[in-house]
Design a binder for this molecule. Structure first.
Ligand code: ZN
Length: 452
């Protein structure tokens, strides 16, 4: 067995100049291959006057135009089912997958071949190894194995590492919790929301997760894995450490993972991608410590070249030295902090779902919550927080008042209505929770109704 704390001891500890030289070599290869094999992507690169030879430093990456989701979707609509993005004949593909389709828009469909899947699993190995997962760990997946790519790669990674895999697809929450306890699973993979949902279910059916064999949760699929209050709650309810990971169907696989040192955010897998952080308005790069949108160039994907994909994810990059683990891969402090289009403006105040979650998770006995935006008298925007409590108790009014006070304090005095919802009345989520519902009437074409 690999005795190193690193899955890839060579690349995970490369000094920055060597790491950047490696990225530069891979970037040149990617551009060359894209120009040769992927006409749709190639015409953008060519139009910008970029050739493989003209890439002399990583800064030259910025000469390549961004790849926008809208353009990708348009080619998929024009030329279904995949659009003109494939660099390899579809007959050679091994599997079909899609994005989760939870952003309110039509999912993107992708194809990958055997080599891609080898790479996808390898990237997840970085993450599991860094979390401290080793044989003979047995890893439970609370995941509905379907077209959404989700934890598929993580499943293969655990097999590759030599763990026992427990595929918990197509099961009720109760059945999953019982299986975790009965099989002595030591690692559990799920979304942050669903990790809390399983903890509630365990309480309801009298299973003691804190006393179970589970010692690590590998979270993915939602930003909450790096929201301190949510993560602390998950760790407390499970009696295990929780690490955050994030990937993306569009870029192929996992691209960041948190190590067991838990530096407050995940490391970027920098030997397999280049992550840029830009100002979403101007498109210009922002520096370390500044929040911006992440843009990904992915080196491992064999079917679909992805250069400078605009993710719409908000991140804040900090140097690798933030972490004590010895990796030289930079870190996204606070993980994915939200989406560029997450922010809502309510009566002139900016409202971010993440900031609300950070406060709401501090409420004792919270089962689920929802934030609702609506219009009163056809003109006034209101924001309301609905909370479900497992045992409202006598001092529920005091809880609501305190919550209202803390929310207002964090939002320039904006008044939130805070109400208790009937038990079981709020939606439950297994995948990508959508807890903000915007039902405001549209004025002047500026409003939007899309749930997130
Ligand atoms: Zn680390």
């Amino acid at each position: 067995m690999n005795p190193s704390p690193y899955w890839n001891p060579r690349t995970e500890t490369l000094e920055r100049p060597a790491l950047e030289a490696l990225q530069l070599r891979k970037l040149r290869d990617l551009v060359e291959w894209t120009l040769a094999r992927a006409p749709w992507q190639a015409q953008r690169i060519r139009a910008a006057g970029v050739t493989a030879e003209s890439i002399r430093s990583l800064d030259d990456l910025r000469r390549i135009p961004f790849l926008e989701r809208g353009d990708w979707m348009q080619t998929q609509i024009d030329d279904p089912p995949f659009g003109a993005v494939l660099a390899v004949e579809p007959e050679l593909a091994m599997r079909y997958h899609t994005t989760s389709g939870t952003s309110g828009s039509r999912p993107l469909a992708v194809l990958d071949g055997p080599k891609d899947w080898e790479w996808i699993a390898e990237m997840w190995c970085y993450g599991f190894w860094a979390a401290g997962v080793r044989p003979p760990d047995s890893v439970f997946f609370a995941f509905g194995y379907g077209t959404f790519v989700g934890f598929w790669g993580a499943h293969y990674a655990c097999e590759k590492i030599g763990c026992r895999v427990l595929p918990g697809g197509n099961m009720t929450t109760e059945a999953r919790v019982r299986m975790i306890a009965d099989t002595g699973a030591t690692v559990v993979c799920s979304t942050p929301t669903y990790a809390l949902r399983m903890a509630q279910e365990a309480d309801a059916v009298g299973i003691d997760l804190r006393g179970s064999a589970v010692r690590c949760l590998v979270l993915s699929g939602e930003p909450a894995g790096s929201i301190p209050a949510t993560k602390a709650l998950i760790e407390e309810r499970w009696g295990a450490i929780a690490v955050d990971t994030a990937g993306m169907t569009e870029v192929g696989t996992l691209v960041m993972y948190e190590c067991s040192h838990q530096p407050g955010g995940p490391h970027i897998i920098e030997d397999h991608c280049v992550e840029e952080v830009i100002d979403p308005e101007s498109g210009q790069p922002v520096g370390y410590g500044e929040q911006g949108e992440r843009v990904v160039t992915s080196f491992g994907r064999g079917f679909i070249p992805v250069l400078r994909y605009r993710t719409r994810d908000l991140v804040c990059r900090v140097e690798a030295s933030r972490c004590s683990c010895g990796r030289t891969f930079d870190i996204y402090d606070g993980g994915i902090r939200g989406r560029v289009d997450d922010m809502k403006v309510v009566r002139g105040t900016n409202v971010y779902p993440r900031a609300i979650e950070e406060i709401v998770r501090g409420v004792e006995g919270l089962e689920e919550f929802q934030v609702r935006l609506f219009t009163v008298d056809g003109i006034r925007d209101e924001i309301e927080l609905l909370i479900e409590l497992d045992d409202p108790g006598d001092d529920v009014d005091a809880t609501l008042r305190e919550l209202g006070r803390r929310l207002a304090e964090a939002h320039e005095g904006l008044r939130f209505g805070v109400r208790v919802a009937e038990p079981g009345s709020l939606p439950r989520f297994e995948l990508k929770a959508k807890r903000l519902v915007d039902e405001r009437e549209v004025w002047g074409g500026k409003g939007e109704r899309k749930a997130m």
